[in-house]
Design a protein around this ligand. Structure first.
Ligand code: ATP
Length: 247
């Protein structure tokens, strides 16, 4: 459930790579309990924004506040400890480790006792419907399973805020539909979520609000219905024959 408490705020956040401004003065506000969609064409700056929030890139300028604390430029492990978890667009599991062991890599950020980390990981994998695949090694997983394990690893770090970076990319519509329900379940468990996704059905049905980036700049924000009607969003991303209308 959304509350009035601001969980994350970016203030004129910016990232430059040489002459390219990948993220250009972006102001964003996320309330506790919300699910926020972050959309935009390829190269719009979405992952770069995630990388700054999660501490993988130092912003060139601007400020990021999480739970009333300035986290701008803090190291990734510190930000993870504070309660921001993330998935990666390209899933790189430890191929020879089992699903539960891969998940434990996330759990051990908080829990140093191996057995307790295992128990916690098993619980998360059950929550995500992976209990039958817990002892399969990473290299034997198919794409939907890999994506699910990636989410499990992120959840094992016990995030208050979860950043999901294209977890549905490459999935069939059937597998995406299953994933949408999974994200809804995570949302219902009380985790605040920002989701980068090109699968519009997922973004539209899961998001309370959506932010739209284009060439590093925020061009629109609002409810899914508002954003889908925005002429600028249609022009720069959704296309004249809106992808949303076709759903
Ligand atoms: P996609 O939907 O394709 O994942 P995106 O919206 O996540 O795109 P980013 O990956 O954030 O976009 O990239 C934004 C811009 O910044 C792109 O022009 C990209 O080439 C550039 N960029 C991203 N990371 C780096 C980097 N480490 N060094 C230099 N340029 C980068």
């Amino acid at each position: 459930m959304k509350t009035e408490r601001i969980m994350l705020e970016t203030n004129k956040i910016e990232k430059k790579f040489g002459g390219l401004t990948a993220v250009n003065s972006v102001d964003m506000r996320v309330y506790e309990g919300e699910t926020i969609g972050l959309i935009g064409a390829n190269g719009a700056g979405k992952t770069t924004l995630f990388n700054m929030i999660a501490g993988f890139f130092k912003p060139s300028s601007g400020k990021i506040t999480f739970m009333d604390k300035d986290i701008t430029g803090l190291a990734a492990h510190k930000i993870c400890h504070m309660g921001i978890g993330r998935t990666y667009q390209i899933v790189r599991p430890f191929a020879s480790l089992t699903v539960v062991e891969n998940t434990m890599v996330g759990a051990m950020i908080r829990e140093k006792d191996v057995e307790r980390a295992r128990k916690r990981s098993e619980k998360i994998l059950k929550f995500l419907g992976m209990e039958k695949r817990m002892n399969v090694v990473g290299k034997d997983l198919n794409l939907p399973e890999l994506k699910r394990m990636e989410v499990a690893r992120a959840l094992a770090t016990e995030p208050k805020l979860l950043l999901l970076d294209e977890v549905m990319a490459g999935l069939t519509p059937t597998d995406s539909a299953v994933f949408i329900e999974l994200v809804r379940k995570i949302k219902d468990s009380g985790v605040t979520i920002i989701i980068i996704e090109h699968v519009m059905k997922a973004v539209m049905s899961l998001s309370d609000r959506i932010y739209v980036l284009n060439q590093g700049k925020l061009i629109a924000q609002g409810s899914p219905q508002e954003v889908a009607k925005s002429p600028e969003v249609i022009k720069s991303y959704l296309g004249e024959k809106s992808r949303v209308e076709k759903l």
